[in-house]
Design a protein around this ligand. Structure first.
Ligand code: AMP
Ligand code: GLY
Length: 426
């Protein structure tokens, strides 16, 4: 088969790395890719949102399967347009991707179908929103309806903060169209986990458990980012919780989407808040998590390509996934300054040394080749991922690889994986 992967982040590097291992794959192309993906796939400089050019590329390269990494092209309807062009594509339709691209749509779906989530209301008017905030009382969370690259969620501890936030979104149009409406919901206490399942529209094939670290700094301090590290399995998610998540969240959501006339084909990603045995959905995404995909794919023993094919062909019933016994931990190295401004074009030495360590993979995100040298080209730069017998061993191995990379211009958290340690008996 000839496979095209769309995207340029660490998630897409991990996807290419895994797909490349399949004996079913003859040609692997990534658009646009990055300096790491170049080692496993042919990178073609077509942007992930340029759907017409991607269709031309898929036709010219006789692509049998296109796998879409990021949410933006999915929310632009890449899956529908590929299908219209009679091209096989892995990823949900424009309608089904609203589960991520509209928080108002998602919350209303949860309410209609009794999917557990925080109490909420939706608003497009500042005065009405503020009245509700005063009635319900903070702490509350204000969420921009549309896609906002992880920057559209505001935890408001008091009425003044909520008023300022709502004023900038609804009156100041700080997020443009994406912020025409907001969801305001109860602040939930607990620990977050990510949960993924392949869906063919009816059947679900769940992945192993995982958790990410969203905040920039150690101890979950500092601003939210796309994710500074992740690990799998997540001991927080006990077998009982795993079943609750499938029975009360994942299966009902896929059924609900189907009942609304939008069969969900792709990978469904739930962001969950867990408190004891109580599970609530914070959000859904219509794609693999980044960086959760890196440790998950490193642990996946089965060939991923037959699973992707089964999703596209609408019958996952005969598929299963074998997981490696080992744990995996991914430490993200980001440009200093991220998620704010940062320098680009800075050389990154030491990657080869890190990659030379057994059971370590260095997945690239914001990297490019300049005069044959690997340089930074984005906020999150590398996802250094290690496979170890236990979580503590994977943590140790991942950090020994991180130290092999010169990190003068890169920032990383030093406590990735430590959330898991409290659940592990020593
Ligand atoms: P979301 O994009 O909805 O997942 O929100 C981004 C982050 O904001 C989550 O990963 C949580 O850390 C935090 N968050 C979102 N909703 C809530 C909530 N209702 N209570 C507490 N924290 C939340
Ligand atoms: N790890 C967070 C995300 O992929 O949205």
């Amino acid at each position: 088969m000839n496979v095209l992967v769309v995207g340029s982040g660490g998630r897409e590097h991990a996807l290419c790395w895994k797909i490349k291992q399949s004996p079913l794959v003859r040609k692997l192309i990534c658009a646009p890719g990055n300096a790491g993906i170049l080692k496993v796939a042919t990178c073609v400089d077509v942007k992930a949102n340029d759907i017409e050019s991607l269709i031309r590329l898929a036709r010219a390269e006789e692509i049998d399967l296109t796998v879409v990494g990021p949410e933006a092209p999915l929310s632009l309807g890449i899956a529908d347009k590929f299908e219209e062009a009679k091209l096989r594509v892995f990823g949900p339709s424009h309608a089904a991707s609203k589960i991520e691209s509209s928080k108002v749509f998602a919350k209303n779906l949860f309410k209609k179908y009794d999917i557990p989530t925080a109490f909420y209301a939706t608003f497009d008017d500042y005065k009405e929103a503020l009245k509700w905030v005063e009635e319900v009382k903070p702490p509350l969370v204000v969420k921009v309806d549309g896609l906002a690259e992880g920057k559209g969620v505001f935890i408001c501890k008091d009425v003044d903060t909520a008023a300022d936030t709502l004023d900038s979104i609804l009156n100041g149009k700080m997020f443009g169209d994406a912020g025409e409406r907001v969801v305001i919901e109860d602040y939930l206490e607990g620990e977050e986990a990510s949960f993924f399942a392949f869906s063919d529209g009816d059947n679900l094939l769940p992945l192993a458990s995982s958790q990410d670290h969203k905040q920039l700094l150690d101890g979950d301090e500092g601003p939210n980012t796309g994710g500074m590290g992740a690990y799998s399995p997540a001991p927080l998610v006990t077998p009982e919780l795993y079943k609750t998540i499938m029975d009360e969240v994942m299966l009902p959501t896929v059924k609900a989407l189907k009942a609304e006339g939008m069969s969900y084909k792709g990978i469904l990603y739930a962001g969950l808040m867990i408190s004891g045995d109580d599970v609530k959905v914070l959000e859904f995404n219509c794609r693999f998590g980044d960086p959760e995909a890196q440790p998950l794919l490193m642990r996946m023993n089965s060939d991923i390509v037959p699973i992707l094919n089964a999703v596209v062909d609408g019958d996952l019933s005969g598929c299963d996934i074998q997981w490696r016994e080992e744990s995996a931990v991914c430490v993200v190295m980001a440009s200093k300054g991220y998620p704010g401004d940062y320098k680009k074009g800075v050389e990154i030495p030491g990657i080869n040394n890190a990659e030379g360590i057994d059971n370590v993979a260095v997945f690239h995100a914001g990297t490019a080749l300049k005069h044959n040298k690997i340089v930074t080209s984005g906020g999150r730069v590398l996802g250094v991922t290690a496979l170890g017998r236990t979580i503590p061993e994977s943590i140790q191995l991942a950090y020994s690889a991180v130290k092999a990379i010169d990190s003068d211009t890169l920032h990383y958290r030093t406590d990735i994986g430590s959330k898991a340690l409290k659940y592990i008996k020593t």
